[in-house]
Design a protein around this ligand. Structure first.
Ligand code: PRT
Ligand code: ZN
Length: 283
């Protein structure tokens, strides 16, 4: 059985659990439990604080884990990374009071900066040739300037609204982060095999998230033009419609460029276009 550590309750929890469920792995989830076993896959889930996950995986208490890269790199455990998972995207940024005149990172020389990420910040300041005092605090970093604890902060930002509501402005991006799957580097052969099976499923889920299934009707004379606009996995499926001279075309498009493609295929004569989410995609 493979042991997976995920965050018990916080910003990573729901997306981590959803990913495992979308992989077809069932388990009873209870926020009161500290661990649970899957009923249909050799996986046990441990619920932990995110900060403890890299250490537990490094020590082999858990075999694999899901954690933010910000925590992973801060703890110097980036070598455990198996792959990025594409959710919980955020950045670690430097921010100063919005009234402060700020021209470049050099303006932070000699300043006092509050953060929960002293290692990431130290490395960044060194790289930039800035000498500042780092004041490590474990939470509520954004209020440090207003209570006179620090002149600047270095904290996680996603929408930026926390900074704005605390009278701060983002001035430098120190580190870009997203959730990552990590693994102990000394897994037994049996556990490696289970991890490979899990990764196979994760890839099928991730591939599907980026794609849409598209169906459309078109007059036969437009089909070549439409086909050229629709890169499909192999080649699109084309079926005749009951109405003479018309066909139905089925294909797969990238989520990112599907609006652009849809305008073009409409212009080329496509009608009755349906765009459908794909649950799993194995190629
Ligand atoms: O209790 P535990 O220790 O497990 O959880 P935690 O409180 O330490 O972590 P949690 O749940 O807040 O975050 C877990 C992970 O989610 C982080 O390590 C990041 O990788 C990621 N993440 C993504 C974020 C955010 N977005 C985020 N917005 N982590 C924190 N924030 C906070 C930030 O600290 C700031 O207070 O949200 C505020 C800023 O948000 P915006 O949207 O106003 O900019
Ligand atoms: Zn934490």
């Amino acid at each position: 059985m493979l042991r997976l550590a995920i965050q018990k309750s916080g910003r990573l929890s729901e997306d981590s659990l959803n990913l495992i469920r979308e992989c077809g792995i069932s388990f009873v989830n209870s926020s009161l439990k500290l661990k649970t076993e899957s009923t249909n896959f050799p996986l046990e889930i441990l619920y932990l604080r995110d900060d403890d996950i890299p250490g537990y995986v490094a020590d082999g208490v858990a075999d694999i884990g899901i954690v933010g890269e910000n925590v992973l790199v801060e703890e110097g455990k980036q070598s455990l990374t198996v792959e990025k998972l594409g959710f919980s995207k955020c950045r670690l940024s430097l921010a100063v009071p919005k009234t402060m005149e700020y021209n470049s990172i050099q303006d932070l020389n000699g300043k006092n900066i509050a953060t929960s990420y002293p290692n990431l910040l130290k490395a960044y300041l060194q790289e930039q040739g800035v000498e500042a005092d780092i004041h490590t605090i474990s939470g509520s970093v954004e209020i440090a300037p207003s209570i006179g604890l620090a002149e600047a902060i270095c904290d996680i930002v996603s929408s930026g609204s926390t900074l704005i509501s605390n009278g701060l402005k983002e001035v430098e991006r120190v580190f870009k982060s997203e959730a990552a799957l990590i693994a102990n580097d000394d897994l037994s052969e049996e556990k490696r095999e289970i991890l490979d099976k899990l990764l196979f499923r994760i890839h099928a889920v991730q591939r599907a998230r980026k794609k849409k299934y598209i169906l459309l009707n078109a007059p036969n004379e437009s089909l070549d033009e439409i086909r050229a606009l629709l890169p499909s996995i192999k080649s699109p499926t084309i079926l005749p419609l009951a109405e003479d001279g018309w066909s139905s075309l089925h294909s797969v498009v990238n989520e990112d460029d599907f609006w652009e493609i849809i305008e073009k295929i409409k212009a080329a004569g496509a009608q009755g276009i349906l765009v459908i989410p794909i649950e799993k995609m194995i190629i």
